[in-house]
Design a protein around this ligand. Structure first.
Ligand SMILES: Nc1ncnc2c1ncn2[C@@H]1O[C@H](COP(=O)(O)OP(=O)(O)OP(=O)(O)O)[C@@H](O)[C@H]1O
Ligand SMILES: [Mg+2]
Length: 342
């Protein structure tokens, strides 16, 4: 089932929280809604689920206008940011609840609930109550309760925020597997760019109640449509200057060669740290700091009075603080008024 938001706005507490938002999620697609805290992600999800009604605009699911329908009359299941588990029920009963509401046979409920709890690694907590399990475990119960319903549209609000790094990767891969296997149309809210890029078919970047760009992960990373998107998704060097004749001409007069074709113009130049290449005959730069980051090395350079971050691979020569080196850019993007040029 496809999901379609058009011109959706919502005011809360006298402020515009979601502002003329358009978003499409195709049938069976997983879209991540990524953005900083307070940008309106949860508010958007609540309007899709029916817990909030937009002031203007439409929510359409599978071609049907559901804008004013209550949650229980929509084909959606939502995992809330705060889990919203029933404290008086055991883990098993929490997950079984939506299936009991649908009056499924007891044996089928038991089979499905047990399979789902196995998937999220909580079989040993079947009889526990929410107060007696950890935050991460509660989060997994909430996830199991949504997934067990096999909804047509799944809405997840920061579903992995309380899991440790390892478990987070495992559970997000499991969510992706189930979602693909069952063809569930899914909208996942996150402020973790790594999570968004790794599971989303497409990622929608939201800022101040608006969507700045919706694109597949690679496009979003390599062609950020706005300066905000470039800075929010991954690390980005932002330098004053413009692109001229395939070179980056910085405001201070420093000229850096760019190794791949790039559109001319702009007042600001964006360069990913991994696209800063050290080359003895490049534009001179002084090494200020060398920071080991495990699988790569981060160095902070002074390039004509401007700070520049570079990531070096394990085989690259590693300079020392106060060394003078030369730099080139593998890729560079020009921005004017915060918008990508070209
Ligand atoms: N009922 C409400 N009344 C007044 N303001 C509200 C209400 N609900 C949300 N807001 C405000 O709307 C803004 C967006 O809230 P929302 O929960 O959608 O953000 P979010 O993007 O999900 O952030 P986070 O990543 O921190 O969860 C916040 O500034 C919040 O204070
Ligand atoms: Mg939120």
């Amino acid at each position: 089932m496809s999901l379609h938001l058009s011109g959706v706005s919502k005011d809360l507490g006298g402020r515009r929280i979601v502002d003329d938002l358009d978003l499409d999620v195709d049938s069976g697609e997983l879209v991540c809604l990524l953005g900083p805290s307070g940008c309106g992600k949860t508010t958007t999800l609540r309007m899709v689920a029916g817990f909030l009604i937009p002031d203007v605009g439409k929510v359409v699911i599978d071609g049907r206008d559901v804008t004013n329908l209550p949650p229980e009359r929509r084909p959606t299941a939502m995992v809330f940011q705060n889990y919203a588990l029933w404290p008086h029920m055991t883990v098993f009963d929490n997950v079984a609840f939506p299936l009991k509401l649908r009056k499924l046979p007891r044996a089928e409920i038991a089979t499905r609930v047990e399979a789902m709890l196995e998937l999220v690694g909580l079989t040993h907590h079947l009889r526990s109550r929410p107060a007696h399990i950890s935050g991460g475990e509660q989060q997994r119960v909430a996830l199991a309760r949504a997934l067990v319903q096999e909804p047509a549209v799944l809405l997840l609000d920061e579903p992995l925020s309380n899991l440790d790094a390892k478990l987070r990767v495992r559970v997000r891969e499991d969510i992706r597997d189930i979602q693909q296997r069952l063809g569930i149309t899914t909208l996942v809210v996150t402020h973790d760019q790594d999570e968004a890029l790794s599971i989303g078919d497409r990622v929608a970047v939201m800022n101040g109640g608006r969507i700045e760009q919706v694109a597949p992960p690679d496009t979003l990373y390599h062609q950020p449509a706005t300066r905000f998107v470039g800075g929010f998704v991954g690390a980005m060097n932002s330098l004053s200057g413009s692109i001229e004749n395939g070179k980056a001409v910085l405001a201070g007069g420093t000229v850096v060669a760019v190794l791949t074709p790039c559109a001319a113009g702009g007042t600001e130049i964006a360069v990913r740290p991994e696209d800063v290449v050290l080359a003895p005959d490049g534009a001179p730069a002084r090494v200020e700091r060398v920071v080991p980051r495990g699988h790569f090395t981060e160095i902070v350079l002074d390039l004509g009075g401007t700070g520049l971050r570079a990531y070096l691979g394990p085989d690259d020569p590693r300079p020392a603080p106060d060394d003078t080196t030369g730099v080139r850019f593998r890729r560079a993007l020009g921005y004017a008024d915060g918008q990508l040029i070209g």
